[in-house]
Design a protein around this ligand. Structure first.
Ligand code: SAM
Length: 276
């Protein structure tokens, strides 16, 4: 498993180059993409196409070569294989057959972004690519709405504004987030803001929609009590917009388990604030 650059060609390790130069075969996602990269390092070995659509069929062939004693290197178009890229089926099969699997570490967009984003890095959750539709994305966010660690996902520049808008709806408009775009490339950019503001900034700047990006979102750092209180106030606001305040407070208390009197006081305070 050999990591290749995610942008700057010089970011490949010298160990990676040595392993690739000595491999009997290099399995790669797209030979047209990898051949020029490898040629730039003077590597001209056998390349074999290995991608998400043929991983199941090609794995037995690669396994047979491994078991015959050949050295097989796996690379993806960029970064670390298996991280939102093919390779899991092969690695699992190789391990099951007792074949030695060696990682040759190097760039990975998620880790590269996390190392410079300025968000907590002691705990994080990588969630791959978001689904394509709004309904699917909102449901997907539910899986990590309470995650306290930093949430990291991959996205293409042209879908990012819509994805961020859905994340703002699901996780909170003001939830702090970072967009790490075009890492290690000429137009490397980090944008730091709330989810809603980031979505609007991207929607209004076509140049920020170009290329590849990583989205990092601060985890939910609130205590259980704070989260419960926020949920009570959210329900109260919805009901108070439609019902008399006493009734809204009573219903909110019944739905969320909050204290009726406190909710009524909060509803009065919110009304006074809007009317002031
Ligand atoms: N295996 C790769 C890795 O280790 O990072 C990731 C492959 S995944 C198919 C491609 C996604 O990674 C892109 O859509 C983008 O979200 C992210 N990515 C790759 N290169 C990037 C870069 N230079 N800057 C920002 N994001 C990048």
């Amino acid at each position: 498993m050999v990591a290749t650059p995610i942008g700057n060609r010089e970011d490949i390790s010298s160990r990676a180059k040595a392993v690739l130069a000595e491999a009997d075969v290099i399995a790669c996602e797209d030979t047209r993409h990898s051949r020029p990269l490898l040629a730039a390092f003077g590597i001209r070995g056998e390349l074999l196409s290995f991608h998400e659509h043929n991983e199941d069929q090609v794995t037995p062939r690669l396994l047979a070569r491994l078991l015959a004693g050949e050295a097989v290197a796996l690379i993806s178009d960029a970064g670390t294989p298996l991280i939102s890229d093919p390779g899991f089926v092969l690695v699992r099969a190789a391990r099951e057959q007792g074949v030695r699997v060696e990682p040759i570490p190097g760039p990975c967009a998620a880790i590269c972004a996390l190392s410079a984003a300025g968000l907590p890095s002691d705990r994080f959750l990588f969630v791959g690519f978001p689904p394509r539709t709004r309904a699917q994305r909102l449901a997907w966010c539910e899986d990590f709405v309470k995650e306290p660690g930093t949430i990291i996902c991959y996205e293409s520049g042209r879908r990012a504004a819509a994805t961020l808008a859905d994340m703002a709806d699901a996780l909170g408009a003001d939830r702090r987030a970072v967009i790490a775009r075009e890492l290690t490339k000429r137009f490397e950019t980090f944008l730091v803001d709330g989810l809603q503001a980031l979505s609007e900034r991207l929607a209004s700047s076509p140049e920020q929609q170009l290329g590849e990006l990583v989205i990092l979102i601060e985890g939910d750092l609130r205590s259980e009590d704070e989260r419960d209180r926020a949920e009570q106030l959210r329900v109260l606001a919805l009901l108070a917009a439609e019902l008399p305040l006493k009734q809204a407070a009573a219903l909110t208390a019944a739905i969320t388990g909050g204290a009726r009197n406190q909710l009524y006081k909060a509803a009065l305070a919110a009304r006074d604030k809007t009317e002031a």
